[in-house]
Design a protein around this ligand. Structure first.
Ligand code: HEM
Length: 507
């Protein structure tokens, strides 16, 4: 008995001794940075107790106002986290080879598999090479038809709010972006704008909520305990629905393409006329046509990429469009200047017609407005990495295994680069002002090899939507607009909608 007790005490002593040694090492690393106080065992966890999700967002982003550009956080049980916003260290991490995405991305894996966003190493490299041509500007031009059509529907749907009280624009834009991504990535029209209760649209929204809840859960560090979550079973069913839908679209589309190939002509099944865009190439078609070492991609390979587009390609643009409208509602002078540019370049009637890429490119002020909005509210405000090898930073060695948060939200508010950072000022993106900044001072689409593959797609979609909406409506602030707060999983969202008002413009 005495021997057992001795062994137990010796083991506890050994664990505590090692814990203490590790803590001393981490404190030494911390001395090269600044950072918040950390409890011996619970780390910075006490800071978050009893706080709401928007409070946590404010605290996490506010840390840089207190502790500077790069911060060391000693989280619970000696977990080392680095919060970076200085261009020199951000560049190092974004260009590093031995690195993987951090834990929060794992929560998306049951749905997205190891698609482009999550995969690493050789798999990522090969896929990126295959998928890059699908974002060729010629392919994107094809998608303009979809954005034009869906944006016209959005404009019509919003008519019911013209001249009335405040309402939440975010949900309308979500449905619009979902319709657009379904059609461009899969060639399927889910008509989410007409039927917000569409099964697929609802499932996508549910998955986003599950991911958000998990990021903020206390159990998040223990993936094997996921079954304890009250919504674990529900998530499984939702993912099954999402996968079944994508699989069925892939199978139908593959069959259609094979029929086309064998008869050397395009076949249209009349029953599917409404479901599939006919001659328009979609991401899915391009993936179905790809071969690697002479073999086509498997259904699972294709599904994870299409699902990744579905996720990355609609929540992000929804956030970009909605928060730009929020800024325009707040800054009426900017909106007026933009409206005048739209009228001058496109003419009043043109905005009702199909916008072309050439026309969109001519709107320089629009470009500046969108960029400034993506600066202040970057749709992906924080990205995460885990170091797989040691890395030198601030004159010390950051060990492999460290979690790195790249705070895009804070990079874009660095007062050394952006004087009076909270002020919304599109002139920051005039050609002269833009040329004064470095490549890592403004990274809404990230930078380096893992940057956003969809950025041109996104800019195009944002611009078409804004032109169409502003041509018809004056966007006004809602009374409760100042109450708007943020929450974020991978994408930044309003905690409780974006309240705006609309007034019809003179015809
Ligand atoms: C305003 C809209 C968008 C913003 C701000 C945005 C931002 C980003 C950022 C910051 C990343 C890097 C993520 C990380 O490192 O973890 C990323 C990656 C990615 N984005 Fe976007 N994105 C947008 C729209 C889109 C669209 C429309 C698509 C597809 C249609 C898309 C597809 C992707 C993919 C596939 C990746 C992973 C790329 C890789 O790792 O190779 N994004 N995006």
């Amino acid at each position: 008995m005495l021997l057992i007790l001795t062994l137990i005490f010796a083991s506890i002593g050994y664990v505590l001794f090692n814990y203490h040694k590790t803590r001393q090492k981490l404190l030494k690393i911390k001395s090269h940075f600044d950072g918040p106080e950390s409890h011996y065992f619970w780390g910075t966890m006490p800071m978050f107790v009893g706080k709401s999700i928007p409070d946590i967002f404010d605290m996490v982003t506010g840390l840089h106002n207190i502790h500077g550009e790069d911060i060391v956080i000693l989280a619970a049980f000696n977990e080392l986290v680095l919060d970076l916003s200085s261009s020199k260290n951000v560049e190092k991490v974004l260009l590093a080879k031995s690195i993987r995405k951090s834990f929060a991305y794992d929560f998306m894996e049951p749905w997205l598999g190891t698609g482009l966003l999550i995969s690493t190493g050789e798999k990522w490299f090969r896929r990126r090479k295959i998928i890059t041509p699908t974002f060729h500007f010629k392919v994107l031009e094809n998608f303009l038809d979809v954005f034009n059509k869906e944006a016209d529907i959005l404009v019509t749907k919003l008519e019911r709010h013209a001249g009335k009280g405040e309402f939440d624009i975010y949900d309308y834009v979500t449905l619009y972006a979902l319709d657009s991504i379904c059609e461009t990535s899969m060639g399927v029209q889910v008509h989410a704008q007409d039927d917000p209760n569409n099964e697929y649209a609802v499932a996508v929204k549910q998955m986003s909520t599950f991911i958000l809840r998990r990021v903020f859960s206390v159990l998040r560090s223990f993936p094997s305990l996921f079954f304890l979550y009250p919504y674990a079973k529900e998530q499984k069913q939702v993912i099954m629905k999402l996968h079944n839908f994508t699989n069925s679209v892939i199978d139908s589309r593959r069959k259609l393409l094979e029929q086309e190939k064998s008869t050397s002509k395009v076949i249209f099944d009349l029953d599917e006329e409404n479901m599939y865009s006919k001659r328009k190439m979609t991401f899915l078609d391009l993936l179905l046509n790809v071969t690697v070492d002479g073999k086509p991609l498997s259904r699972e390979d294709i599904r994870e990429e299409v699902d990744t587009f579905m996720f990355e390609g609609h929540d992000t643009t929804t956030s970009g469009i909605s928060f730009t409208l929020w800024h325009l509602a707040k800054y009426q002078d900017v909106q007026q200047k933009l409206y005048e540019e739209i009228n001058r370049v496109l003419g009043k009637d043109k905005t009702n017609a199909k916008l072309t890429n050439v026309e969109i490119q001519e709107l320089e002020y629009l470009d500046m407005v969108v960029k400034e909005s993506l600066r202040l509210i970057p749709p992906v405000p924080i990205i995460g990495r885990t170091l797989l090898e040691d890395m030198e930073m601030n004159g010390t060695t950051i060990p492999a295994g460290t979690t790195i948060s790249i705070k895009i939200y804070n990079i874009h508010r660095n007062p050394k680069i952006w004087p009076d950072p909270e002020r919304f000022d599109p002139e920051r993106f005039s050609k002269t002002n833009e040329s004064k900044r470095g490549p890592y001072d403004y990274i809404p689409f990230s930078a380096g090899p893992r940057n956003c593959i969809g950025q041109r797609y996104a800019m195009m979609e944002l611009k078409v939507t804004l032109i169409k909406l502003l041509a018809k409506y004056n966007v006004l602030p809602g009374e409760s607009m100042h109450k708007m707060r943020f929450k974020t999983d991978l994408v930044i969202r309003p905690d409780d909608g974006i309240p705006i008002k609309l007034a019809l413009r003179e015809p």
